[in-house]
Write a protein that binds this ligand. Structure first.
Ligand code: SAH
Length: 481
């Protein structure tokens, strides 16, 4: 089974940078169910096409019991169309091989291009479409795709045998590459509707994550969720509840959908990337070897930390179980070599409470977290971090509210994210930093992050706190609460 992805963006060979796959060099990757091959049938300035070819090992699948079992009998398990028909396997391969692009992580060689809408054409020569052409259109057209498809005969030499359930499908659109890949990742198995072997509880998290920003508003979201989750009612109900933003029920879920909104507002700048790189630069510059990532979310900073051997001990903490699951997946925790696995730990917990396990780290990163805390609780957090955990270095970021006025997509007076409890002006942040520094005996320096507006400043404000002396501070009364 295979698909091709082409672009006429100029220069078209930029596709290689976005996918992190060199057009000059065919590559192969082992998968649990076979092998994936990536190569470029054409690559020049005007048009570049990458092909993802997935070889399935149907016998291996049966032997290792990874494949679907039961229905159809033994013969059916060995003799089937899996090697040819695009299916959930293609989707898994896509995530494995183009994972960096799927996650939206910017390309160093082509900064900003990942977030840019580019003209793409995807061809899947043999796509099983249960429900036929209407379903195909129902899934892709609301997302802005032009769909052409042609039903394939069962065997071209024997037209009297009739049609197969397979289609040759061409999808054209102009979107950022990560969005295109997330559409394919979710919708290919939905079309196939065969038994994928991987449906487990974490599929809900995967569906929501890859559907971020588009699934909740898709007119066929129920069908998509039901089929993606293979009609497993309990999972389906869970996903649906989250998609319809069951307000107030589950803060974790809210955080997920709202993160998508925040991402849209900030996408133009790829601000988050810039923020993480800046935080990393400060951590590196101070020579920190052990780092806390407090409110680590889906692990975007953790991944960078893990890639750098300077960081020998890394701990990510978050209150959202779902975010941690996504982080574990992003980091491939279950597949890391032992030495690397030893360097990182994920912890489910809240920044509101003292936790012994946060002590003994040289540095802490707190990226876009404090604005999610209720102001009265901020005081508890301050003590948990600056008094109890007390790392020598704290790198913290938060939005600059003044900058919001420059965003056309953000209605005046609104925060960037519905879960933000506050957003500070530069003066407010400066005041807070000074109070913290004096109270807990840290030095502090503030830096703008992102493009600076002459009047309104930069979109993100960053503070670097460095411990002045390592004595314990005991404060009383406890906090202004
Ligand atoms: N630092 C990450 C995530 C920022 S979003 C990044 O930059 O990508 C804010 C994160 O803070 C969310 O993952 C949310 O679950 C977490 N969070 C909010 N309140 C928290 C609390 N009380 N304790 C720990 N984490 C919290």
């Amino acid at each position: 089974m295979y698909l091709t992805l082409s672009t006429r963006h100029s220069p078209a060979t930029d596709l290689g940078y976005l996918l992190r796959k060199n057009p000059q060099r065919p590559q192969s990757f082992p998968l649990t169910f076979g092998r994936a091959h990536v190569f470029y049938p054409e690559a020049d300035e005007h048009r570049c096409t990458v092909a993802l070819l997935v070889e399935i090992d149907p016998v291996g699948l049966v032997r290792t019991r990874r494949g679907p079992s039961g229905e159809g009998g033994l013969l059916d398990q060995y003799v089937n169309d899996r090697p040819y028909a695009a299916s959930s396997f293609l989707s898994v391969a896509l995530a494995e091989v183009f994972g960096t692009a799927l996650s939206g992580s910017d390309s160093k060689d082509r900064p900003g291009l990942m977030a840019q809408a580019l003209p793409f054409e995807v061809v899947v020569p043999a796509l099983p479409c249960r429900g036929g052409e209407p379903i195909l259109r129902q899934l892709f057209e609301p997302l802005g795709y032009q769909v052409t498809c042609q039903r394939l005969p069962l065997d071209a030499q024997f037209p009297e045998w009739g049609e197969s359930s397979l289609f040759r499908v061409t999808l054209s659109t102009t979107v950022p590459l990560p969005l295109l890949l997330s559409h394919l990742y979710v919708l290919l198995p939905v079309l196939d509707n065969d038994k994928h072997y991987w449906v487990g509880d974490d599929e809900v998290a995967k569906l929501l994550r890859h559907g971020e920003g588009w699934l909740a508003n898709h007119p066929a979201r129920e069908l998509i969720a039901r089929r993606y989750l293979k009609h497993r009612r309990s999972l389906f109900a869970e996903a649906l509840a989250q998609l319809i933003q069951d307000d107030g029920e589950d803060p974790n879920t809210e955080a997920e959908t709202q993160a998508a909104e925040e991402a849209t507002v900030e996408r133009a700048l790829s601000l988050h990337e810039q923020r993480l790189e800046t935080v990393l630069t400060h951590l590196k510059a101070h020579g920190a070897k052990s780092v806390l990532d407090l409110g680590c979310g889906e692990g975007r900073l953790l991944r960078r930390l893990l890639q750098d051997r300077q960081f020998e001990r890394i701990l990510g903490l978050d209150v959202s179980h779902q975010a941690l699951e996504a982080a574990a997946e992003r980091l491939h925790l279950d597949r890391l070599p032992e030495a690397k696995r030893q360097r990182i730990q994920l912890l489910h917990g809240s920044l509101m409470y003292r936790d012994e396990r946060l002590s003994g780290f040289e540095a802490a990163a707190v990226v876009e977290v404090i604005e999610h805390l209720d102001p009265p609780r901020l005081a508890a957090f301050e003590r948990v971090l600056f008094e109890a955990a007390r790392p020598a270095l704290v790198v913290l970021t938060t939005p600059n509210r003044e900058y919001n006025a420059t965003w056309e997509s953000l209605p005046a007076g609104q925060f960037r994210h519905r879960d933000h409890r506050f957003e500070w002006t530069r003066a407010e942040f400066e005041q807070w930093c000074a109070t913290i520094a004096a109270r807990f005996r840290y030095a502090v320096q503030r830096h703008p992050v992102g493009p600076e507006d002459p009047l309104l400043g930069a979109p993100t404000q960053l503070a670097v706190f460095t411990l002045l002396d390592s004595q314990q501070v005991t404060l009383h009364p406890a906090s202004p609460e």
